[in-house]
Design a protein around this ligand. Sequence first.
Ligand code: IMP
Length: 428
Amino acid sequence: MPVTILIGAQWGDEGKGRAVDWLAAQADVVARYGGGDNAGHTVNVGDTVYKLHLLPSGILRDGVMNVLGNGMVINPVNLLKEMVEIRAMGVDISPARMMISTRAHLITPAHIALDAAKEKARGDAAIGTTLRGIGPAYLDKTGRNGLRLGMTHNLETFADQLKSRIEQTNQTLQQMDMDVLDAQQITEQYTDAVAKLQPYLGDTVHYINQQLRAGKRVVGEGAQGTLLDVDHGSYPYVTSSNPSSGGVLTGLGFGPRHVDRVIGVAKAFCTRVGGGPMPTELDGEIAGRLRGSGDNFWDEFGTTTGRERRTGWLDAVLLRFAVDVNGFTELVVTKLDILSGLDELKIATAYEIDGQRVDYPPSTIAELARTVPIYETVPGWSEDITGARTLDDLPANSRAYLDRIATLVDTPVTMVGVGPEREQFIHQ
Ligand code: IMP
Protein backbone atom coordinates (compact mmCIF):
# COMPACT_ATOMS: atom_id res chain seq x y z
CA MET A 1 0.00 0.00 0.00
CA PRO A 2 2.26 2.74 -1.20
CA VAL A 3 0.48 6.06 -0.57
CA THR A 4 1.38 8.47 2.21
CA ILE A 5 -0.93 11.44 2.69
CA LEU A 6 0.23 14.57 4.44
CA ILE A 7 -2.48 16.92 5.68
CA GLY A 8 -2.64 20.17 7.60
CA ALA A 9 -4.34 19.43 10.93
CA GLN A 10 -5.15 23.07 11.76
CA TRP A 11 -5.82 26.26 9.74
CA GLY A 12 -2.99 25.86 7.23
CA ASP A 13 0.59 27.14 7.58
CA GLU A 14 1.50 24.16 9.77
CA GLY A 15 4.88 23.67 8.11
CA LYS A 16 3.75 20.96 5.69
CA GLY A 17 6.30 21.98 3.03
CA ARG A 18 9.33 20.84 4.97
CA ALA A 19 7.58 17.67 6.24
CA VAL A 20 6.68 16.70 2.70
CA ASP A 21 10.20 17.63 1.62
CA TRP A 22 11.48 15.06 4.09
CA LEU A 23 8.98 12.40 2.95
CA ALA A 24 9.84 13.19 -0.68
CA ALA A 25 13.36 11.91 -0.01
CA GLN A 26 11.85 8.39 0.08
CA ALA A 27 9.10 8.94 -2.52
CA ASP A 28 8.81 8.41 -6.27
CA VAL A 29 5.92 10.82 -6.82
CA VAL A 30 4.74 13.89 -4.87
CA ALA A 31 1.27 15.07 -5.85
CA ARG A 32 -0.73 18.16 -4.87
CA TYR A 33 -4.42 17.27 -4.75
CA GLY A 34 -6.27 20.53 -4.05
CA GLY A 35 -6.17 24.28 -3.75
CA GLY A 36 -4.05 26.56 -5.86
CA ASP A 37 -1.63 29.40 -5.29
CA ASN A 38 -3.42 30.33 -2.06
CA ALA A 39 -0.92 27.83 -0.60
CA GLY A 40 2.56 28.84 0.46
CA HIS A 41 4.96 26.03 1.30
CA THR A 42 8.37 27.05 2.57
CA VAL A 43 11.37 24.74 2.46
CA ASN A 44 14.74 25.86 3.74
CA VAL A 45 17.81 24.09 2.37
CA GLY A 46 21.08 25.49 3.72
CA ASP A 47 21.05 29.21 3.02
CA THR A 48 18.32 28.94 0.40
CA VAL A 49 14.64 29.47 1.16
CA TYR A 50 12.23 28.07 -1.44
CA LYS A 51 8.69 29.43 -1.38
CA LEU A 52 6.36 27.20 -3.33
CA HIS A 53 2.76 28.05 -4.11
CA LEU A 54 1.74 25.70 -6.91
CA LEU A 55 4.76 23.46 -7.43
CA PRO A 56 4.69 20.30 -5.30
CA SER A 57 7.46 20.26 -2.68
CA GLY A 58 8.99 17.14 -4.29
CA ILE A 59 10.42 19.44 -6.97
CA LEU A 60 13.31 20.10 -4.56
CA ARG A 61 14.33 16.41 -4.46
CA ASP A 62 16.13 14.82 -7.42
CA GLY A 63 14.45 11.83 -8.99
CA VAL A 64 10.96 12.68 -7.76
CA MET A 65 8.06 13.15 -10.20
CA ASN A 66 5.72 16.01 -9.27
CA VAL A 67 2.04 16.00 -10.07
CA LEU A 68 -0.46 18.86 -10.01
CA GLY A 69 -3.62 16.84 -9.62
CA ASN A 70 -7.14 17.16 -11.01
CA GLY A 71 -8.43 18.63 -7.74
CA MET A 72 -6.30 21.75 -8.12
CA VAL A 73 -7.21 25.16 -9.51
CA ILE A 74 -4.24 26.58 -11.38
CA ASN A 75 -3.40 30.09 -12.48
CA PRO A 76 -1.15 29.37 -15.52
CA VAL A 77 0.53 32.79 -15.49
CA ASN A 78 1.46 32.47 -11.82
CA LEU A 79 2.60 28.88 -12.31
CA LEU A 80 4.97 29.89 -15.12
CA LYS A 81 6.31 32.74 -12.98
CA GLU A 82 6.97 30.34 -10.12
CA MET A 83 8.65 27.86 -12.47
CA VAL A 84 10.97 30.61 -13.74
CA GLU A 85 11.82 31.74 -10.20
CA ILE A 86 12.49 28.27 -8.83
CA ARG A 87 14.42 27.23 -11.95
CA ALA A 88 16.62 30.33 -11.49
CA MET A 89 17.48 28.92 -8.06
CA GLY A 90 19.01 25.87 -9.76
CA VAL A 91 16.05 23.45 -9.61
CA ASP A 92 15.37 21.23 -12.63
CA ILE A 93 11.77 21.76 -13.77
CA SER A 94 11.01 19.89 -16.96
CA PRO A 95 8.23 17.61 -18.28
CA ALA A 96 10.32 14.67 -17.04
CA ARG A 97 9.84 16.01 -13.49
CA MET A 98 6.38 17.52 -13.51
CA MET A 99 2.94 16.67 -14.86
CA ILE A 100 -0.22 18.81 -14.71
CA SER A 101 -3.63 17.20 -14.85
CA THR A 102 -5.69 17.90 -17.95
CA ARG A 103 -8.67 17.70 -15.55
CA ALA A 104 -7.44 20.50 -13.28
CA HIS A 105 -9.27 23.80 -13.57
CA LEU A 106 -7.85 27.15 -14.59
CA ILE A 107 -7.90 30.32 -12.55
CA THR A 108 -8.16 33.45 -14.68
CA PRO A 109 -8.23 37.18 -13.83
CA ALA A 110 -12.05 36.89 -13.96
CA HIS A 111 -11.90 34.68 -10.84
CA ILE A 112 -9.44 37.01 -9.13
CA ALA A 113 -11.63 40.06 -9.83
CA LEU A 114 -14.73 38.25 -8.55
CA ASP A 115 -12.89 37.13 -5.41
CA ALA A 116 -12.05 40.78 -4.66
CA ALA A 117 -15.55 42.01 -5.54
CA LYS A 118 -17.22 39.42 -3.28
CA GLU A 119 -14.89 40.13 -0.39
CA LYS A 120 -15.64 43.84 -0.73
CA ALA A 121 -19.36 43.14 -0.78
CA ARG A 122 -19.08 41.05 2.41
CA GLY A 123 -17.84 44.11 4.32
CA ASP A 124 -17.20 43.29 7.98
CA ALA A 125 -18.05 39.65 7.33
CA ALA A 126 -15.20 39.30 4.78
CA ILE A 127 -13.64 35.82 4.81
CA GLY A 128 -10.14 37.25 4.46
CA THR A 129 -9.39 35.15 1.36
CA THR A 130 -5.96 35.20 -0.24
CA LEU A 131 -7.55 36.99 -3.23
CA ARG A 132 -6.12 34.40 -5.62
CA GLY A 133 -9.50 33.64 -7.21
CA ILE A 134 -9.83 30.26 -5.47
CA GLY A 135 -13.52 30.42 -4.46
CA PRO A 136 -14.83 31.70 -7.82
CA ALA A 137 -12.74 29.10 -9.70
CA TYR A 138 -14.19 26.21 -7.65
CA LEU A 139 -17.64 27.75 -8.06
CA ASP A 140 -17.20 27.62 -11.84
CA LYS A 141 -15.99 24.03 -11.53
CA THR A 142 -18.96 22.77 -9.54
CA GLY A 143 -21.31 24.98 -11.60
CA ARG A 144 -19.98 23.14 -14.70
CA ASN A 145 -18.82 26.35 -16.28
CA GLY A 146 -15.08 25.99 -15.64
CA LEU A 147 -12.13 25.90 -18.01
CA ARG A 148 -10.03 22.78 -17.63
CA LEU A 149 -6.37 22.52 -18.60
CA GLY A 150 -7.31 19.82 -21.13
CA MET A 151 -9.39 22.38 -23.03
CA THR A 152 -6.22 24.26 -23.87
CA HIS A 153 -5.04 21.57 -26.32
CA ASN A 154 -6.88 23.57 -28.98
CA LEU A 155 -5.56 27.06 -28.34
CA GLU A 156 -7.89 28.75 -30.79
CA THR A 157 -11.11 27.44 -29.22
CA PHE A 158 -9.63 27.99 -25.77
CA ALA A 159 -8.94 31.65 -26.57
CA ASP A 160 -12.57 32.11 -27.69
CA GLN A 161 -13.91 30.41 -24.56
CA LEU A 162 -11.67 32.44 -22.27
CA LYS A 163 -12.57 35.71 -23.93
CA SER A 164 -16.27 35.02 -23.63
CA ARG A 165 -15.85 34.12 -19.88
CA ILE A 166 -14.04 37.41 -19.27
CA GLU A 167 -16.74 39.35 -21.11
CA GLN A 168 -19.46 37.63 -19.06
CA THR A 169 -17.57 38.47 -15.86
CA ASN A 170 -17.29 42.09 -16.98
CA GLN A 171 -21.09 42.33 -16.95
CA THR A 172 -21.14 41.08 -13.34
CA LEU A 173 -18.31 43.42 -12.36
CA GLN A 174 -20.17 46.36 -13.87
CA GLN A 175 -23.25 45.48 -11.84
CA MET A 176 -21.07 45.37 -8.73
CA ASP A 177 -19.59 48.76 -9.58
CA MET A 178 -16.09 47.33 -10.05
CA ASP A 179 -13.50 48.02 -12.76
CA VAL A 180 -13.91 45.82 -15.82
CA LEU A 181 -11.13 43.64 -17.27
CA ASP A 182 -9.34 43.98 -20.60
CA ALA A 183 -10.66 40.82 -22.25
CA GLN A 184 -8.35 41.01 -25.27
CA GLN A 185 -5.15 41.53 -23.28
CA ILE A 186 -6.02 38.77 -20.79
CA THR A 187 -6.93 36.35 -23.56
CA GLU A 188 -3.55 36.91 -25.22
CA GLN A 189 -1.59 36.64 -21.96
CA TYR A 190 -3.35 33.49 -20.73
CA THR A 191 -3.37 31.77 -24.12
CA ASP A 192 0.36 32.37 -24.34
CA ALA A 193 0.82 30.93 -20.83
CA VAL A 194 -1.19 27.76 -21.45
CA ALA A 195 0.65 27.27 -24.76
CA LYS A 196 3.92 27.15 -22.81
CA LEU A 197 2.48 24.59 -20.38
CA GLN A 198 1.40 22.10 -23.10
CA PRO A 199 4.44 19.78 -22.68
CA TYR A 200 3.52 19.34 -19.02
CA LEU A 201 -0.13 18.36 -19.47
CA GLY A 202 -1.19 14.75 -19.05
CA ASP A 203 -3.67 12.29 -17.60
CA THR A 204 -2.34 12.29 -14.04
CA VAL A 205 -5.00 9.83 -12.81
CA HIS A 206 -3.74 7.20 -15.25
CA TYR A 207 -0.13 8.08 -14.46
CA ILE A 208 -0.54 7.77 -10.68
CA ASN A 209 -2.43 4.49 -10.93
CA GLN A 210 0.29 3.08 -13.20
CA GLN A 211 2.88 4.11 -10.62
CA LEU A 212 0.86 2.48 -7.83
CA ARG A 213 0.58 -0.74 -9.83
CA ALA A 214 4.35 -0.69 -10.22
CA GLY A 215 4.73 -0.44 -6.43
CA LYS A 216 6.04 3.14 -6.46
CA ARG A 217 5.57 5.33 -3.39
CA VAL A 218 3.29 8.33 -3.84
CA VAL A 219 3.01 11.20 -1.38
CA GLY A 220 -0.21 13.24 -1.45
CA GLU A 221 0.77 16.77 -0.44
CA GLY A 222 -1.96 18.67 1.32
CA ALA A 223 -2.42 22.43 1.13
CA GLN A 224 -4.37 24.61 3.57
CA GLY A 225 -5.69 22.62 6.53
CA THR A 226 -8.54 20.53 7.92
CA LEU A 227 -10.12 23.48 9.72
CA LEU A 228 -10.33 25.34 6.38
CA ASP A 229 -12.09 22.41 4.66
CA VAL A 230 -15.29 23.51 2.91
CA ASP A 231 -17.20 20.65 4.56
CA HIS A 232 -15.45 20.32 7.90
CA GLY A 233 -14.06 23.78 8.63
CA SER A 234 -15.72 26.79 10.25
CA TYR A 235 -17.97 27.52 7.25
CA PRO A 236 -18.10 30.06 5.60
CA TYR A 237 -14.62 31.05 6.89
CA VAL A 238 -13.03 28.27 4.88
CA THR A 239 -11.42 27.67 1.53
CA SER A 240 -13.48 26.17 -1.31
CA SER A 241 -11.86 22.74 -1.50
CA ASN A 242 -11.44 19.65 0.69
CA PRO A 243 -7.91 19.76 2.13
CA SER A 244 -8.78 16.81 4.43
CA SER A 245 -8.10 13.18 3.56
CA GLY A 246 -11.28 12.66 1.50
CA GLY A 247 -10.03 15.33 -0.91
CA VAL A 248 -6.91 13.30 -1.69
CA LEU A 249 -8.86 10.49 -3.29
CA THR A 250 -11.03 12.74 -5.45
CA GLY A 251 -8.24 15.25 -6.09
CA LEU A 252 -5.85 12.61 -7.44
CA GLY A 253 -8.12 9.76 -8.52
CA PHE A 254 -7.16 6.54 -6.70
CA GLY A 255 -8.89 4.31 -4.21
CA PRO A 256 -8.46 4.24 -0.40
CA ARG A 257 -6.93 0.75 -0.40
CA HIS A 258 -3.62 2.24 -1.56
CA VAL A 259 -3.19 4.47 1.48
CA ASP A 260 -1.12 3.20 4.39
CA ARG A 261 -0.06 6.42 6.18
CA VAL A 262 -2.17 9.50 6.89
CA ILE A 263 0.08 12.04 8.51
CA GLY A 264 -1.35 15.13 10.18
CA VAL A 265 0.85 18.17 10.54
CA ALA A 266 0.16 20.46 13.49
CA LYS A 267 2.05 23.37 14.93
CA ALA A 268 2.95 23.12 18.62
CA PHE A 269 0.53 26.06 19.04
CA CYS A 270 -2.21 27.48 16.79
CA THR A 271 -2.23 30.12 14.08
CA ARG A 272 -4.94 31.34 11.76
CA VAL A 273 -4.98 33.90 8.98
CA GLY A 274 -8.25 35.42 7.81
CA GLY A 275 -11.59 35.67 9.63
CA GLY A 276 -13.60 33.12 11.60
CA PRO A 277 -13.64 31.75 15.14
CA MET A 278 -10.42 30.63 16.83
CA PRO A 279 -11.24 29.50 20.38
CA THR A 280 -7.69 29.65 21.83
CA GLU A 281 -6.71 32.96 20.19
CA LEU A 282 -4.41 35.12 22.32
CA ASP A 283 -3.61 38.78 22.26
CA GLY A 284 -0.93 40.81 23.96
CA GLU A 285 2.57 39.73 24.80
CA ILE A 286 2.33 35.96 24.37
CA ALA A 287 0.49 36.34 21.04
CA GLY A 288 3.35 38.51 19.79
CA ARG A 289 5.93 36.12 21.22
CA LEU A 290 4.39 33.20 19.30
CA ARG A 291 4.09 35.29 16.11
CA GLY A 292 7.68 36.57 16.02
CA SER A 293 8.87 39.94 14.79
CA GLY A 294 8.39 39.35 11.07
CA ASP A 295 12.15 39.64 10.46
CA ASN A 296 12.53 35.91 9.80
CA PHE A 297 10.80 33.91 7.09
CA TRP A 298 9.50 31.44 9.69
CA ASP A 299 7.74 34.16 11.71
CA GLU A 300 3.95 34.06 11.61
CA PHE A 301 3.31 36.19 8.56
CA GLY A 302 1.63 34.60 5.51
CA THR A 303 3.93 33.18 2.80
CA THR A 304 1.34 34.09 0.16
CA THR A 305 -0.16 37.29 1.50
CA GLY A 306 2.36 38.59 4.07
CA ARG A 307 -0.56 39.06 6.48
CA GLU A 308 0.07 38.84 10.22
CA ARG A 309 -1.26 35.53 11.54
CA ARG A 310 -3.48 35.26 14.61
CA THR A 311 -1.84 33.11 17.29
CA GLY A 312 -3.08 31.00 20.19
CA TRP A 313 -2.43 28.03 22.45
CA LEU A 314 -2.65 24.52 21.10
CA ASP A 315 -6.28 23.44 20.74
CA ALA A 316 -6.47 19.70 21.42
CA VAL A 317 -10.26 19.73 20.95
CA LEU A 318 -9.90 20.81 17.32
CA LEU A 319 -6.86 18.57 16.84
CA ARG A 320 -8.89 15.54 17.99
CA PHE A 321 -11.57 16.59 15.50
CA ALA A 322 -8.91 16.68 12.75
CA VAL A 323 -7.81 13.18 13.79
CA ASP A 324 -11.42 11.99 13.40
CA VAL A 325 -12.04 13.66 10.05
CA ASN A 326 -8.78 12.48 8.48
CA GLY A 327 -8.04 9.21 10.26
CA PHE A 328 -4.48 10.27 11.03
CA THR A 329 -2.14 7.38 11.69
CA GLU A 330 0.52 9.73 13.05
CA LEU A 331 1.29 13.37 13.76
CA VAL A 332 4.10 15.75 12.92
CA VAL A 333 4.44 18.57 15.45
CA THR A 334 6.24 21.60 14.04
CA LYS A 335 7.81 24.73 15.53
CA LEU A 336 8.30 23.18 18.97
CA ASP A 337 11.41 25.39 19.31
CA ILE A 338 9.22 28.53 19.35
CA LEU A 339 7.84 27.49 22.75
CA SER A 340 11.30 27.34 24.37
CA GLY A 341 11.66 29.92 27.12
CA LEU A 342 8.01 30.09 28.16
CA ASP A 343 7.56 29.24 31.85
CA GLU A 344 4.33 27.42 31.28
CA LEU A 345 2.19 26.36 28.35
CA LYS A 346 -1.51 25.86 27.98
CA ILE A 347 -3.42 23.26 26.01
CA ALA A 348 -7.18 23.48 25.46
CA THR A 349 -8.49 20.04 26.38
CA ALA A 350 -12.24 20.81 26.34
CA TYR A 351 -14.64 23.74 25.86
CA GLU A 352 -17.36 25.24 27.92
CA ILE A 353 -20.37 26.28 25.91
CA ASP A 354 -23.54 27.72 27.40
CA GLY A 355 -22.55 26.29 30.78
CA GLN A 356 -21.88 22.79 29.43
CA ARG A 357 -18.49 21.09 29.17
CA VAL A 358 -17.87 19.49 25.78
CA ASP A 359 -14.83 17.66 24.45
CA TYR A 360 -15.89 17.88 20.80
CA PRO A 361 -16.16 21.10 18.75
CA PRO A 362 -19.66 22.31 17.89
CA SER A 363 -20.55 22.10 14.21
CA THR A 364 -21.76 25.69 13.74
CA ILE A 365 -19.62 28.79 13.87
CA ALA A 366 -22.16 30.60 16.04
CA GLU A 367 -21.58 27.98 18.74
CA LEU A 368 -17.84 27.72 18.09
CA ALA A 369 -17.54 31.48 18.58
CA ARG A 370 -19.23 31.14 22.01
CA THR A 371 -16.92 28.41 23.29
CA VAL A 372 -14.60 29.15 26.17
CA PRO A 373 -11.54 26.89 26.18
CA ILE A 374 -10.83 24.83 29.28
CA TYR A 375 -7.07 24.78 29.63
CA GLU A 376 -4.61 22.40 31.14
CA THR A 377 -1.38 24.13 32.17
CA VAL A 378 1.90 22.29 31.72
CA PRO A 379 5.45 23.35 32.58
CA GLY A 380 7.59 24.88 29.83
CA TRP A 381 11.34 24.49 29.22
CA SER A 382 14.10 27.02 28.92
CA GLU A 383 16.62 25.05 26.83
CA ASP A 384 17.33 25.84 23.17
CA ILE A 385 16.13 22.72 21.35
CA THR A 386 17.10 23.69 17.81
CA GLY A 387 20.04 21.27 17.89
CA ALA A 388 17.94 18.24 18.93
CA ARG A 389 17.97 15.46 16.35
CA THR A 390 16.34 12.67 18.33
CA LEU A 391 13.50 12.67 20.84
CA ASP A 392 16.07 11.76 23.50
CA ASP A 393 17.88 15.08 22.84
CA LEU A 394 14.79 17.02 23.97
CA PRO A 395 14.44 18.32 27.55
CA ALA A 396 12.06 16.30 29.70
CA ASN A 397 9.34 18.98 29.70
CA SER A 398 9.23 19.28 25.93
CA ARG A 399 9.07 15.46 25.64
CA ALA A 400 6.25 15.56 28.17
CA TYR A 401 4.45 18.24 26.10
CA LEU A 402 4.61 16.03 22.98
CA ASP A 403 3.51 12.97 24.97
CA ARG A 404 0.57 14.92 26.35
CA ILE A 405 -0.52 15.96 22.84
CA ALA A 406 -0.26 12.36 21.64
CA THR A 407 -2.37 11.15 24.57
CA LEU A 408 -4.99 13.88 24.21
CA VAL A 409 -5.55 13.14 20.53
CA ASP A 410 -4.81 9.42 20.72
CA THR A 411 -2.29 9.54 17.89
CA PRO A 412 1.49 9.01 18.04
CA VAL A 413 3.81 11.94 17.35
CA THR A 414 6.43 10.54 14.98
CA MET A 415 8.15 13.69 13.69
CA VAL A 416 8.99 17.02 15.30
CA GLY A 417 10.21 20.29 13.80
CA VAL A 418 12.74 22.10 15.99
CA GLY A 419 13.86 24.86 13.62
CA PRO A 420 13.46 26.18 10.09
CA GLU A 421 16.30 24.17 8.46
CA ARG A 422 15.69 21.00 6.47
CA GLU A 423 17.88 19.13 9.00
CA GLN A 424 16.18 20.58 12.11
CA PHE A 425 13.68 17.77 12.05
CA ILE A 426 13.33 14.81 14.37
CA HIS A 427 11.90 11.62 12.89
CA GLN A 428 11.60 8.14 14.27
P1 IMP B 1 -9.07 31.31 -0.13
O1 IMP B 1 -8.58 29.89 -0.13
O2 IMP B 1 -8.10 32.27 -0.76
O3 IMP B 1 -10.45 31.42 -0.69
O4 IMP B 1 -9.18 31.80 1.40
C1 IMP B 1 -10.15 31.27 2.30
C2 IMP B 1 -9.59 31.19 3.72
O5 IMP B 1 -8.57 30.23 3.79
C3 IMP B 1 -8.95 32.51 4.22
O6 IMP B 1 -9.15 32.60 5.60
C4 IMP B 1 -7.47 32.30 3.92
O7 IMP B 1 -6.66 33.08 4.78
C5 IMP B 1 -7.35 30.82 4.24
N1 IMP B 1 -6.26 30.17 3.50
C6 IMP B 1 -6.26 29.77 2.20
N2 IMP B 1 -5.10 29.17 1.89
C7 IMP B 1 -4.37 29.16 3.01
C8 IMP B 1 -3.07 28.63 3.32
O8 IMP B 1 -2.38 28.03 2.49
N3 IMP B 1 -2.65 28.82 4.60
C9 IMP B 1 -3.41 29.44 5.53
N4 IMP B 1 -4.62 29.93 5.29
C10 IMP B 1 -5.10 29.79 4.04
